[in-house]
Design a binder for this molecule. Structure first.
Ligand SMILES: [Zn+2]
Length: 256
């Protein structure tokens, strides 16, 4: 989500411009029943009216269809040659024209490109936004408490489920739980009110701080995401587990 918020900010450069041409060279990259023909027939001539983000979904509104962009772990957005993030944690530093999966060229000059070496992202027109939970940056403490209370899933797995709160990825979840001092394997519904408040506070603060620093890989726990590393806070040996299907680092000393 932090990356996607940075992409949304750069996508704002396109607001007010008219789409002249669309390039969708990879039909596999089109999702949700969207076809190449649909894209070619419905987007040229449209004006970009705004950008939004819900969790990890970037929405580009036009005076016609809304364009939904997902970036997976390796996708990046480049607008007018400007990329807010040069290199992603899981991606390559090189750039190849073959990795451009979707592009809009604007009237006059400039373009918007989705570059994705591993094709883990996707593009769709008028994507279904109804299945997404409330955006993690905007969730209220009472709302978070009520949502967590209903689940017995590990709190880390719960955070990663985009239907609960939208926008929390693996690195952000580990960082927020580490800062909040909560064991990621705890059942979501077992958190005491004070723990929920702490999680809420640290989740929001972590999102803001890592957005300012330039990505979800800029957390304080990041240096310790290697085998055999110790907790940057108290020096205890970190635990490495798979929770919610993802590699999870946590500190058995201060995360309870
Ligand atoms: Zn610790």
């Amino acid at each position: 989500m932090i990356e996607v918020e940075l992409y949304r900010q750069v996508a704002d450069l396109a607001v007010g411009r008219t789409i002249r041409q669309v390039d969708a060279p990879d039909p596999w990259y089109l999702k949700g029943g969207t076809s190449v023909n649909q894209i070619r027939s419905s987007l040229p001539g449209r004006v970009v009216t705004g950008t939004r983000r819900v969790g990890k979904l970037l929405l580009i509104d036009t005076d016609g269809p809304t364009i939904g962009l997902r970036f997976g772990m390796t996708g990046r957005l480049v607008v007018d040659g400007r990329a807010p993030i040069e290199r992603l944690q899981y991606s390559s530093a090189r750039d190849s024209p073959a990795w451009v999966r979707f592009a809009l060229a604007f009237d006059g000059a400039g373009d918007l490109r989705v570059v994705d070496p591993r094709r883990l992202g996707g593009v769709s027109l008028d994507p279904d936004e109804s299945h997404l939970g409330v955006d993690a940056r905007g969730v209220r403490p009472a709302e978070l408490r009520d949502l967590l209370a209903r689940s017995r899933a590990p709190v880390k797995a719960w955070l990663l489920d985009q239907g609960h709160v939208a926008g929390v990825g693996n690195l952000l979840a580990d960082e927020a739980l580490w800062r909040a001092g909560i064991d990621p394997s705890r059942p979501a519904g077992s958190l005491a009110p004070a723990e929920v408040r702490r999680l809420h506070k640290h989740l929001v603060a972590t999102i803001d701080e890592l957005t300012r620093r330039g990505g979800s890989h800029t957390g304080d726990l990041q240096v310790a995401r290697v085998r055999g590393a110790t907790c940057p806070r108290d020096g205890a040996a970190l635990e490495r587990r798979t929770i919610g299907g993802r590699t999870t680092y946590s500190c058995p000393h201060h995360q309870l």
